[in-house]
Design a protein around this ligand. Structure first.
Ligand code: NAP
Length: 220
């Protein structure tokens, strides 16, 4: 079995690649030099080089979260957010769906965010891009169901990765943890466990869903 995991160099992507490997998958984690989601030509080159290889699981994990208030966001910031977090994943899906249809257990997991379900100042572009993945997940789940391909989006809450540390001061993290019913951030491995479930033969009947793995943050 073969899985392609984007953004496998660290954080949730690295933990996801590990759990698939531990379960016997051959896992491909392209570096940014091999696949740059902000570059249409890089994505096209990657797809044309690999589209004939077998593929059972695609995890659209790589993402950025550049904070910007809407009234301050210039075109470059807007375009970069949508290129990396939405357009790139769509282009990869388009390129690899034919391979996933041929698999006996084709599975797609998009990595969304709680900020698609709720939002806060500075997260508008990120929320919009991640929310866009929900629309893709809904439609695509219907489009590929005939070939047994299941499509879901895992929406992590606060997870102890570089991205979180970059976007929150230590004091903010402490305050956030107070707001999470389980009282702490997730470890990347806890998100990866959910990704593995939905991205492998463990899941046989759930498709088109957006699953929040957030320690209860959004229920309050
Ligand atoms: P991270 O630690 O910042 O890692 C991001 C990964 O994405 C890295 O492997 C990075 O590669 C890759 N990447 C960034 N820009 C790229 C580009 N243009 N082309 C190709 N790869 C690129 O992030 P993370 O916290 O693990 O987050 C992973 C996913 O979970 C993201 O989609 C994020 O939005 C989502 N998420 C995270 C949290 C959280 O609390 N951490 C919460 C909700 C959702 P390089 O090594 O080359 O930089």
């Amino acid at each position: 079995m073969r899985a392609l995991v984007t953004g496998g160099s660290r954080g949730i992507g690295r933990a996801t690649a590990k759990i698939f490997r531990d379960n016997g998958y051959e896992v491909i984690t392209p570096t940014r030099n091999e696949l740059d989601l902000s570059s249409k030509s890089s994505i096209e080159a990657y797809i044309s080089a690999h589209k004939d290889e077998p593929l059972d699981t695609l995890v659209n994990n790589a993402g950025i979260n550049d904070l910007a208030f809407i009234e301050d966001a210039n075109d470059a910031v807007i375009e970069r957010m949508f290129e990396v977090d939405l357009m790139g994943p769509i282009r990869l899906l388009r390129g690899f769906i034919p391979s996933l249809r041929k698999s006996d257990i084709g599975r797609i997991v998009n990595i969304g965010s709680i900020w698609a379900a709720v939002s806060k100042p500075g997260r508008g572009l990120y929320s919009a891009a991640k929310r866009g993945l929900h629309g893709i997940t809904n439609a695509l789940a219907c489009e590929v169901a005939e070939d047994g391909v299941l499509v879901n989006t895992i929406c992590p809450g606060f997870t102890a990765t570089e991205l979180t540390i970059q976007n929150n001061t230590p004091a903010e993290i402490k305050e956030l943890e107070r707001l999470i019913p389980l009282g702490r951030m997730a470890d990347p491995e806890e998100i990866a466990k959910a990704v593995y479930y939905f991205g492998s033969k463990e899941n046989t009947y759930i498709t088109g869903q957006k699953i929040l793995v957030d320690g209860g943050y959004t229920i309050k």
